[in-house]
Design a protein around this ligand. Structure first.
Ligand code: BGC
Length: 251
């Protein structure tokens, strides 16, 4: 049976954030702690901060409370396989072992979008939704989580499909909107439209959930998309990674 409390830690480009999570509600049991991501975010430098965050909370948690950690890359059996927007030294790193050794307790390491997708499916915008749910996070990169009848199919990297001859995330992520100073309308019609059309034609989902910081402004771009799949904003905002990592660690 799933345990009631777990620690979630979310490693992002600007901050490493953690909080203990009530797994019944998906709420934080204590305010989140955030420490800036080191400029050179090697596994060792990141592990030091993850250790600090864990130390802050583990005293207040049961000794067997699960710990889940996210990383913005593919994670296969504890090993980080890709690093599109993080330090390249992560590729091939035994991430799960490094964090478990630092914290002194077994941890689960998962892809950041997978964690966010699980959180939205269990507690957020896709709660109770059957069929194929696709969470897309629009940020520095594009993260994808695929869930079928609530079951996660991990490490879907369709943020990197080819779009007009480019890696899709370099055209359609919100970082592309900022970098190229696109208006919401330009971004939605020229970049998101072909991207979501391609995804729905390849995967035929029942629901798209759109996360990432820019989803707070969803009314400026989601209504402009002409797709057949229902598309809704994520509801857990920047809590999703922490909550999903905690939930997956407890499974
Ligand atoms: C990575 C994914 C990650 C996404 C969001 C992409 O560049 O390849 O693994 O989920 O960014 O951080």
């Amino acid at each position: 049976m799933a345990r009631a409390v777990a620690l979630g830690i979310d490693i992002g480009g600007s901050g490493i954030k953690g909080a203990p999570v009530d797994l019944k509600t998906g709420e934080f049991l204590q305010p989140r702690l955030k420490i800036a991501t080191p400029a050179k975010s090697t596994p060792q430098a990141v592990a030091k901060i993850v250790g600090q965050i864990a130390d802050e909370f583990t005293d207040d948690l049961p000794t067997d409370a699960p710990i889940g950690i996210t990383i913005p890359g593919v994670v296969q059996h504890g090993i980080v396989r890709t690093a599109a927007n993080i330090d390249k030294s992560w590729i091939g790193a035994e991430g799960e072992k490094i964090f478990s050794d630092t914290i002194g307790r077994t941890c689960l390491l998962v892809n950041d979008a997978d964690a966010a997708g699980v959180a939205e499916q269990r507690y957020g915008a896709a709660k109770g939704k059957q069929g194929l749910v696709i969470l897309t996070t629009l940020g520095t990169g594009i993260g994808i989580a695929l869930l079928h009848n609530g079951i996660l199919i991990p490490n879907c990297e369709m943020g990197h499909i080819e779009l007009a001859g480019h890696d899709a995330e370099t055209r359609a992520a919100s970082s592309a909107k900022d970098r190229e100073e696109l208006s919401y309308e330009e971004w939605a019609t020229k970049r998101l439209q072909p991207y979501y059309s391609a995804l729905e034609n390849l995967l035929w989902p029942d629901l798209f959930v759109v996360g990432g910081g820019v989803s707070r402004k969803h009314e400026k771009f989601l209504p402009l998309l002409k797709i057949r799949t229902p598309i809704v904003p994520a509801t857990l905002e920047n809590k999703a990674g922490i909550v999903g990592a905690a939930a997956l660690a407890a499974d």
